[in-house]
Write a protein that binds this ligand. Structure first.
Ligand SMILES: Nc1ncnc2c1ncn2[C@@H]1O[C@H](COP(=O)(O)OP(=O)(O)OP(=O)(O)O)[C@@H](O)[C@H]1O
Length: 778
């Protein structure tokens, strides 16, 4: 062992001792805090029950004391929370307190500072010096951004310049220094090699010790409304997104909390896959939702909404036919900016004519017809802006309901109900009125409910459903207004000058049929919502401050536009890879430049991540050969075996070969193995055929947990996740016949970390012909 190594171990021991002391102190402190909280709570309940019958002065005293205690309780609870959080962080740091060190000299300051970088800061016992700097501290950015030489970094007080003299990486386990590298060139390829060469466990890990420069740009970016990250498969987009959340939570710790951040993710299983990263970094998890969940929340009362996976499954499994082609054309057109503009123009046209309203009926009688509402709406088109007019209409209808209340409550049906009122209902009505009038004690006891009051209450109760309809704008017949877009195939020319698909008439017919059955295809869901919001106004969410959209290539223009309007105060981070755009609405674009329009170029930053880390070099060489722009993907130089191709003649042979392969991979020590199929339909067949394989799990669109071990999974559900070994169940020309499924095939192959095995039942897909020619697969 060298002297330097020894010295470092001694420092680790000293740091470990400091951590141990602080843990001891905090454990005591949290126990006291907890005791305080229990005591205050106890006192609270005792005082409430003890003093309420006393004199007014006593009463006032009690109220003041309670208020004081409530404040104390909040303070104690918050200190307890902070102390507990810090304690958890310290416990995590114990085994591996830091991972890096930079020796820097600052301009105009003598001497060199040794800055140790870890997942969280640590002060020495005097509380004056940092033993460890949090990786998110401004000075720690040097560790990720610079090689030895001149440096410049940003602090809240401006830029600091100086020199990075040395940079070290440490691998510390259970308080023992395993290895130490002087990384004068790039950030520790050695450490990264080790990390990437390992297996994967049930969850994604944080990459804090080995963040790469281009990833650091994404993590610390902080000045535009929209950050767009286009990165190759395995370039660390999801990892960077999660580290970014941790960074923002640190930088804005006074004003930003985890529940003000939403991560839009591709599916429920992915949520479970990434759920450990932030807690591992000592932060709470943000909200995680899929776009589908968002749609459902808003549409499920009116429609059954198709999921994106049902849409994809249909596209992937149906034979080529005119209906199939119409559907594809419909999906593409309804996701286009042309259709978006058509809807905006259509909404404008509704200012003059075309609004459809529902009849409002009360007790089987039409109170006002939709036609009459429309007449009212169009009676004064000059009055104000469109959404204000809808708002005014709502007020007008609310007044109409008030008038109805006054007349209806005098009707015989109401009086009949008053007379037949049960004792229980009378008691409830009285309780309600007593509360409403603010009566207490004797006054409350003596209160006599009048017949008129009862009649009013009963009528109000019957009018409640109508009031809900008016309050929620449900008197606007959004479904009929949306259907009107498709009622006459010729009409579209009024709203768009661009060309419509050749299949437009068929698209109109199919859409109307779906709407009549109260079904909403996935491609119609966001256009419908956007149209409805353009009419009724957006119910915006102002509490969310950051949204991050992973797998963003799968979102349409509509969806981005909709999210932007839904979260007007929010900054957006969008991460994606066009080579993995698997949905039928995906455009042929290969970058996100179209997104510049969302907030304007001024407010948009675009970062490209071209280095790929997930797979070994031979796998990346193979997968990059599949896509047109693959040459720009730079593999991390990690050795591995060539992908293999096995061609078989029968299904039995296919299952037999795959079963033996799984056994061999398990023998080699691989735990996470995926048999990736093109569709859910194919996955079911594969699962059936591989029934002899022990502990093989089938993943379906409902799967919530990222499963450990061997799984059979449809390609589109494998999005965003990774496996030590991947078996492509059937890479035949029959399944992956042409370019239309190239992105799906690419997504499936790029899930592999160490081994990629392709099987083909019959002739092999033409998509790998270049790779075969160039010897990138054997
Ligand atoms: N700097 C890094 N240090 C260590 N591991 C890294 C680093 N960057 C990426 N990785 C690893 O590479 C793998 C791929 O990362 P991630 O899933 O974030 O990539 P991605 O760009 O979101 O991939 P995809 O688009 O293919 O789903 C993960 O195992 C991640 O831990």
């Amino acid at each position: 062992m060298t002297a330097a190594f020894d010295k470092e171990q001694q420092r680790i021991d000293r740091v470990a001792a400091t951590i141990a002391t602080q843990i001891e102190k905090l454990t005591e402190e949290t126990a006291h805090r907890k005791e305080d909280i229990v005591n205050i709570r106890k006192q609270f309940t005792e005082e409430i029950s003890f003093n309420t019958d006393d004199s007014f002065d006593d009463y006032l005293e009690t109220v003041l004391a309670l208020r004081q205690e409530a404040v104390e309780l909040t303070v104690s609870q918050s200190s307890h929370r902070i102390a507990t959080k810090r304690l958890e962080k310290l416990k995590k740091m114990k085994s591996s307190p830091y991972f890096g060190r930079i020796d820097i000299t600052e301009e105009d300051f003598p001497g060199t500072d040794e800055i140790y970088v870890g997942t969280s800061s640590l002060m020495d016992d005097s509380g004056e010096d940092f033993l460890i700097y949090d990786w998110r501290a401004p000075v720690a950015s040097i560790y990720y951004d610079f090689e030895p030489g001149p440096i410049r970094y940003k602090t809240p007080n401006g830029f600091i310049t100086g020199t990075l003299e040395k940079k070290y990486q440490y691998l510390i386990k259970d308080g023992i220094l395993q290895s130490m590298f002087d990384t004068s060139l790039t950030i520790g390829d050695e450490v990264l090699q080790q990390v990437l060469g390992q297996g994967t466990n049930k969850h994604m890990n944080s990459i804090v010790a080995t963040i790469q420069q281009e990833q650091n740009q994404v993590i610390r970016h902080d000045y535009k409304k929209l950050l767009v990250v286009h990165g190759a498969a395995g370039s660390g987009k999801t990892s960077a997104a999660l580290q970014r959340i941790a960074y923002l939570l640190y930088k804005y710790r006074e004003t930003l909390t985890a529940d003000q951040i939403i991560l839009f993710s591709p599916n429920a299983m992915f949520n479970s896959y990434v759920s450990n990263v932030l807690p591992e970094l000592g932060e709470e998890n943000m909200h995680q939702v899929t776009f589908q969940e968002y749609l459902n929340e808003r549409l499920q009362d009116d429609f059954t909404v198709e999921t994106p996976f049902e849409q994809l499954e249909y596209i992937l499994t149906q034979e080529d036919s005119p209906i199939h082609r119409t559907r594809v054309a419909s999906i593409k057109f309804k996701a286009s900016s042309q259709f978006f503009e058509a809807i905006e123009t259509y909404r404008k046209a509704l200012e003059i004519e075309g609004m459809i309203f529902k009849d409002l009926t009360f007790r089987g009688q039409v109170l006002i017809t939709g036609k009459e509402i429309a007449e009212r709406f169009y009676s004064d088109t000059e009055a104000s802006r469109f959404t204000n007019r809808v708002e005014l209409l709502k007020e007008w209808l609310t007044n109409l309901l008030k008038e109805t209340l006054e007349t209806e409550m005098k009707e015989p049906w109401v009086h009949e109900k008053v007379e037949l009122l049960s004792e229980n209902s009378y008691r409830k009505a009285k309780e309600h009125l007593v509360k409403k009038h603010g009566l207490r004690n004797e006054e409350a006891d003596e209160y006599e409910v009048t017949t008129e009051e009862l009649a009013r209450l009963i009528t109000l109760q019957h009018l409640q459903p109508l009031r809900t309809i008016v309050d929620s704008f449900s008197f606007v017949d959004s479904k009929a207004i949306y259907a009107q877009l498709f009622a006459d195939p010729q009409a579209i020319t009024r709203w768009t000058s661009g060309e419509t698909p050749a299949e437009w008439a068929d698209i109109c017919r199919e859409t109307l049929a779906m709407l009549t059955d109260n079904h909403l295809s996935y491609e119609d869901a966001t256009p419908f919502l956007l149209m409805r919001a353009l009419i009724q106004g957006f119910s915006t969410n102002r509490t969310i401050k950051q949204i991050l959209i992973d797998e963003a290539q799968d979102y349409s223009t509509f969806q981005f536009e909709y999210l932007k309007r839904l979260f007007p105060e929010t900054s957006m981070t969008v991460l994606g890879d066009f080579n993995q755009a698997i949905f039928a609405h995906a455009s042929d674009d290969i970058d996100f430049h179209g997104l510049n329009r969302l907030y304007g170029e001024e407010q948009t930053a675009i970062v490209n991540m071209t280095r790929s880390y997930r797979s070994s070099k031979p796998i990346i060489d193979f997968t990059s050969s599949l896509v047109p722009n693959g040459a720009s993907i730079i593999p991390f130089d990690r050795e591995g075996v060539l992908p293999t191709l096995t061609q078989v003649a029968t299904t039995e042979e296919l299952h037999h070969s795959i079963a033996s392969k799984i056994a061999a991979l398990r023998d080699e020590g691989y735990v996470s193995i995926a048999i990736i199929c093109k569709s859910a339909e194919e996955s079911i067949a594969a699962d059936h055929g591989l029934a002899s394989v022990e502990n093989l799990k089938l993943i379906t669109k409902g799967s919530q947990e990222y499963e450990e071990g061997a799984v059979v999974i449809p390609s589109y559900l494998a999005k965003g996740v990774e496996f030590e070994a991947v078996i492509i169940y059937d890479a035949s020309a029959k399944q992956y016949g042409d370019e239309r499924v190239l992105r799906l095939f690419y997504t499936a192959c790029t899930r592999a970390m160490h081994e990629l095995q392709l099987y083909s039942l019959g002739p092999v897909t033409p998509l790998i012909s270049h790779a075969l020619r160039d010897g990138l697969i054997q």
